[in-house]
Design a protein around this ligand. Structure first.
Ligand SMILES: [Zn+2]
Length: 192
């Protein structure tokens, strides 16, 4: 999958692990700061995508996550073609699932001079099913991976869709602000 990609930096962001416990602690009450981002971004606050998974269920999950982000107005995901879309949204094949290990989602990208050129995000259906993720949990995982496709990093706070073990939380104000700040900030600069 990686071989045909053009030269550039290949980075792998592993994400969302399982065993998310709903035990509320004081950490959960701490106010979340604006979601941080890395140095990479798309040239503009919009990009084309194609959903390549064959699964009707996961196509719908990706589509709902796209709609949820588009509704925020911070970034626009526009339907593209399989040949030239900037973002490819998939589900993991058996061999990919083995590579994902305990991760329910994964986003990989190539970038040149900190500009994203090609991004692939995948969901890991076998783990999502094994651990009993609900439809809304699945949607949150897809929203999280889309956050990475735009350049967002993990938010240390639990009240963010970008918390690394997030399962129950959808797109929050801090996440929208993170995207807005990402696209007001030049490529090459990151924010913690
Ligand atoms: Zn992640």
């Amino acid at each position: 999958m990686i071989k045909g990609w053009y030269r550039g930096i290949l980075t792998i962001i592993t994400t969302l692990v399982l065993f998310f416990t709903q035990v509320g602690g004081s950490a959960a009450l701490a106010a979340a700061g604006v979601t941080p981002f890395g140095p990479e971004r798309f040239a503009h606050a919009h990009a084309t995508y194609v959903i390549t998974t064959k699964s009707r269920y996961y196509r719908q999950i990706w589509q709902s996550a796209i709609s949820a982000w588009n509704k925020t107005g911070a970034f626009h995901f526009k339907a593209g073609t399989k040949r030239d879309a900037q973002i490819d949204l998939e589900t993991a094949s058996k061999s990919q699932a083995a590579r994902l290990g305990e991760d329910v989602g994964l986003t990989e990208y190539t970038a040149q001079n900190d500009y994203l050129t090609k991004v692939t995000a995948m969901l890991n259906p076998s783990l999502l099913q094994t651990y009993g993720y609900s439809h809304s949990d699945d949607l949150h995982v897809a929203e999280h991976e889309l956050g990475h496709t735009m350049g967002l990093a993990h938010n240390p706070a639990k009240q963010s869709v970008m918390y690394y073990r997030n399962r129950a939380v959808g797109i929050q104000k801090v996440d929208i602000e993170g995207v807005q700040l990402r696209y007001r900030t030049p490529a090459g600069q990151s924010a913690k």
